[in-house]
Design a protein around this ligand. Structure first.
Ligand code: NAD
Length: 245
């Protein structure tokens, strides 16, 4: 592992354009569980509450669960060491973009600035009728469903639901970054969610070296990964940071 960390540090220092593609795994140690797997949220909740069509027809019912998952349960999550190292790398000119599937805002809270949120962000809510955007902090979640002050419509969290398209800017910016990447870190993602998982694949196709950080093997590991750093993001990334000095 030590040698692989050193090698990764060397590759990142040599690279003119490095990106990090992150999934639910990077936030696990911040207290945000993944959706799938043994402790995944879908063992407890019905994914239907995040289905776009179901939400439009049953907004009030869905909001009971949406409030519990995203605005009570996740509310206290704070960035961990892994988010912080990525922010430091950006500040030091060693990371050009984070492309995240996460909706928890933790990369921004850690100080990262160039973050392409492929699936949106739960800290914002939007009126489906007039597009008025609200900060979650300004919503009184004791009264649900939250309604638009302009037209009384039920607000939708501004992350993508099942059956909804990827935000256009995030999609374009993510693939643009992938095309430029010389090194692509894949951190805490199973690679099972498309089209997000096409981003690191696009980087690989354009010749990027893929460094994967995950305690488990994934779909990526045998298909596109060059270096697998088998461990938790919050333990491996600080070691990489040391190797960058
Ligand atoms: P995923 O497909 O992104 O996979 C999670 C991966 O993280 C697994 O491979 C697991 O081995 C790995 N992992 C677990 N702990 C880790 C750690 N400490 N360090 C590094 N890796 C670790 O996750 P999913 O749960 O299947 O998510 C499906 C979709 O929902 C994705 O788009 C995901 O990003 C999103 N989601 C987001 C959040 C969030 O905003 N934090 C939470 C749950 C799901």
């Amino acid at each position: 592992m030590e040698l692989l960390i050193k090698e990764s540090g060397k590759l990142i220092k040599q690279s003119k354009f490095t990106i990090a593609f992150t999934g639910a795994g990077i936030s696990v140690e911040s207290g945000v569980p993944p959706f799938r797997g043994a402790h995944g949220l879908w063992n407890k909740y019905d994914p239907q509450v995040l289905d776009l069509r179901y939400f439009y027809n049953n907004g009030a019912e869905c909001w009971k669960y949406i409030r519990e998952i995203f605005y009570e349960f996740f509310a206290d999550a704070r960035p961990n060491k892994a988010h912080e190292v990525l922010a430091e790398m950006e500040q030091n000119g060693l990371l050009q973009a984070v492309i995240t599937q996460n909706i928890d805002n933790l990369h921004f809270e850690a100080g990262s600035r160039v973050v392409h949120e492929f699936h949106g962000n739960s800290k914002k809510l939007k009126c489906p009728k007039c597009d008025h955007v609200y900060e979650a902090a300004e919503i009184n979640f004791e009264v649900i469903p939250p309604l638009c002050v302009d037209d009384g419509e039920i607000l939708k969290p501004d992350f993508i639901f099942f059956g909804e398209g990827i935000p256009q800017d995030a999609y374009a910016n993510s693939f643009e970054a992938a095309e430029k990447a010389e090194v692509c870190l894949i951190i805490g993602s199973t690679g099972e969610v498309t089209p997000a998982s096409f981003v690191p694949r696009a980087a690989k196709q354009r010749g990027a070296t893929i460094i994967e950080i995950n305690p488990e093997e994934t779909i990526f590991t045998h298909q596109i990964t060059d270096i697998h750093l088998k461990g938790k993001a919050s333990e491996v990334l600080p070691k990489i940071s040391e190797a960058l000095i």
